[in-house]
Design a protein around this ligand. Structure first.
Ligand code: FMN
Length: 164
């Protein structure tokens, strides 16, 4: 799958809006992810307001690039779940699906880690007025990339163990 091998983290974006149809495709990709017991713990905040993006950038020491993005998707998960212990794993699959669809749409994005760090989760929840029934998982700033990055090749045969 080309999107897997072409994906790189993109932290600089053009001053250009992401079309509503593309945002919807990203959200559809997220919700197509597998989840434990098909519990689909996810909901998504779509953020475009500049001040809110700046506040989200300040919610993590490594989130500076969010301030320069035209938008961000903030995946959150429900607290009332059949298998809450799998929530972060499910959310990870949904987040990666967004990153891959981003590549398909000619966009760029990066996964800004929020969960499981409570201080970052609390800050994001406060900024977005997330209700207690939902928990912030990550922030994904998205936009048209300023530059085309070279894909990485990290294949390392020494990490593979073929069992006879
Ligand atoms: C759970 C997780 C948290 C991450 N958090 C950040 C972050 O806070 N800030 C950032 O700039 N990149 C973050 N990244 C992106 C990684 O730095 C990046 O994926 C890694 O350096 C590999 O580069 P690549 O994505 O271009 O392959 C995160 C990635 C993951 C999976």
């Amino acid at each position: 799958m080309n999107a897997i091998f072409n994906r790189t983290s993109v932290r600089k974006y053009q001053n250009k809006e992401v079309e509503a149809e593309k945002i919807e495709l990203l959200l559809k990709a997220a919700m197509a992810a597998p989840s434990a017991g098909n519990q689909q713990p996810w909901e998504f905040y779509v953020v475009k307001d500049k001040e809110t993006l700046k506040a989200l950038a300040d919610a993590s020491p490594y989130g500076g690039c969010i301030a320069g993005a035209p938008m961000a998707i903030v995946p959150v998960y429900r607290t009332e779940l059949m298998m809450p212990e799998f929530a972060h794993i499910d959310m990870s699959a949904a987040t990666q699906n967004i990153l891959l669809e981003v590549v398909e749409q000619g966009l760029g994005a990066v996964w800004i880690g929020i969960a499981p760090l409570k201080d970052r989760m609390d800050k994001v929840a406060e900024i977005l007025s997330v209700p207690d029934s939902l928990v912030p998982y990550a922030v994904i700033p998205i936009g048209y990339p300023v530059a085309q990055a070279n894909p990485h090749d990290r294949y390392d045969e020494s990490r593979v163990h073929y069992e006879k």
